[in-house]
Ligand binder design. Structure first.
Ligand SMILES: Cc1cc2nc3c(=O)[nH]c(=O)nc-3n(C[C@H](O)[C@H](O)[C@H](O)COP(=O)(O)O)c2cc1C
Length: 302
């Protein structure tokens, strides 16, 4: 039997496969397809202090090898999340990582605080980089802004903190370095890239928001580059995401050193993608005679 457990800080994940924020419903939407306990973890849709309606429709559209979305962080807010979603995950044997965002460092801390005493929540992912909110919510293009958020959240929780970064910063490695310095335990790479699509028949933008975040296989090489560079230069824990659709994709990210991987857009195409990837990683390592995922991780030949 291949050992798939993966340790970050004091937290042991049963396997390195998680699902990416915003691509896996809010609660039980995927439960008809498979048992969430098959995954190492679930990363929730972004939660904010107050409910948000999100952007006008249409807010998703398909593109070549991916999709654009401009959901605009629709969610029911922290209070409803604590009441409705947390109890659902209490009895599920997978690590729950709650993704939070705010319009300021203080608001991030306010959103994170209520989860700090929740045993069901194993870690927080801070969405420093949502591209689809008017006025922008991008704290991860600027090291000082990113640091402020991490410090504010670190002050209210001892949970493991992952800073989710944009690939559109001038120097992603330096932002990653800054957030680690400020008290993050790892980084999530990558959020979507801003793109646009046009509907020729209607002669309008495909999204009401005009621009949206590009995700899916189209962005995998960009994600790969950032994961590789951050791992090589900083050796800090990384959750990798960006176009991971098959076990082969996941294994490639593990090869460059990703600690965990997240399945995002692929969930919309194949709701079984995440458990199939767990099984595919297991089978590959078994076939290769590798005893544990730890022996495989970061073994890219240069
Ligand atoms: C429809 C949709 C909604 C998303 N919502 C969020 C979100 O609420 N918070 C967040 O941090 N990332 C969000 N993301 C970004 C994903 O978590 C992920 O970083 C990105 O899509 C890249 O991975 P992928 O190519 O596998 O989808 C969303 C992505 C999609 C496609």
């Amino acid at each position: 039997m291949v050992e798939l457990t993966t340790k970050i800080g004091d937290l042991v994940f049963k396997n390195p496969v998680t699902v990416a924020s915003g691509t896996f419903g809010v609660k039980d939407e995927f439960a008809p397809y498979f048992d969430y306990a098959l995954m190492g973890g679930v990363i929730t849709k972004t939660v904010t202090t107050k409910p948000r309606e999100g952007n006008a429709m249409p807010r998703i559209c398909e593109t070549s090898a991916g999709m654009l979305n401009a959901i605009g962080l629709q969610n029911k807010g922290v209070e409803a999340f604590l009441k409705d979603v947390i109890p659902y995950f209490r009895s599920i044997d997978t690590h729950l990582i709650v993704n939070v965002a705010g319009k300021s460092a203080e608001e991030f801390a306010e959103a994170a605080r209520p989860f700090s005493g929740e045993a069901t929540v194993k870690a927080l992912e801070l969405n420093l980089s949502c591209p689809n909110v008017s006025g922008g919510l991008d704290f991860s293009k600027n090291a000082l802004e990113a640091k402020k958020v991490i410090r504010a959240v670190r002050a209210v929780t001892t949970k493991l903190l992952f800073a989710k970064l944009t690939p559109e910063a001038e120097n992603v490695v330096s932002i990653a370095e800054a957030v680690m310095e400020a008290g993050a335990d790892g980084v999530s790479l990558i959020n979507t890239l801003v793109g646009m699509a046009v509907n020729l028949r209607e002669k309008r933008p495909s999204l009401a928001n005009i621009t949206g975040g590009l995700s899916g296989p189209a962005i995998k090489p960009i994600a790969m580059r950032h994961v590789f560079e951050v791992k090589r230069k900083l050796r800090v824990p990384v959750i990798a995401m960006g176009g991971i659709t098959t076990a082969k994709d996941a294994l490639e990210f593990l090869l460059v050193g990703a600690d965990l991987i997240s399945v995002g857009t692929a969930n919309f195409i194949n709701p079984m993608a995440a458990p199939e990837i767990v099984q595919g990683i297991r089978e590959y390592l078994e076939k290769e005679g590798v005893k544990s995922v730890g022996d495989f991780r970061g073994t890219l030949k240069l």
